[in-house]
Structures are given as structure tokens and as C-alpha cells.
Design a binder for this molecule. Structure first.
Ligand SMILES: [Zn+2]
Length: 72
């Protein structure tokens, strides 16, 4: 249980800081896939070795279906 709450706290801190490098909007955190994503741009940013990769060229394209899946 203690691991879970630590992880949640870290997630909250990280998501407050990060904005989308493309549209400067807030990034959302996908706990399942462990990646950040932007709803406006339909892009997902991977986290590599605990560090978010915010390079727009390396972002993964998201489909509408994937976005719906993330927001469930
Ligand atoms: Zn964006």
C-alpha cells in the first residue's frame, strides 16, 4: 500500500509541472501505459528511465480509439 501512495504522489507532482511541448496545454498521465499524452495533439510522450521524453518528433501518434481508452 505504501508503494501505491508514493507513486500517486509522484504522479501528481509530475503532472503539475509538465505541459505539452507542441500546444503548451496540460499533459495527462496514463497510469496504465506510463506515458504522458496530449488530447489536443493526439500525441503520447514516453517516459524513459523515469524521465519524460518531451521531444515532439519522438512522440507517438494516438488514435481517437486510444484516447477514449485512456480516458475511461
Ligand atoms: Zn498538445
Amino acid at each position: 500500500m505504501s508503494f501505491d501512495s508514493r507513486e500517486l504522489k509522484m504522479d501528481a507532482n509530475v503532472t503539475q509541472i509538465l505541459v505539452c511541448p507542441i500546444c503548451k496545454g496540460p499533459l495527462l498521465w496514463d497510469k496504465t501505459k506510463k506515458e504522458f499524452f496530449c488530447r489536443s495533439d493526439l500525441k503520447a510522450f514516453p517516459v524513459i528511465d523515469g524521465i519524460p521524453d518531451m521531444v515532439p518528433e519522438e512522440a507517438r501518434d494516438l488514435t481517437e480509439e486510444e484516447l477514449e481508452e485512456k480516458e475511461k
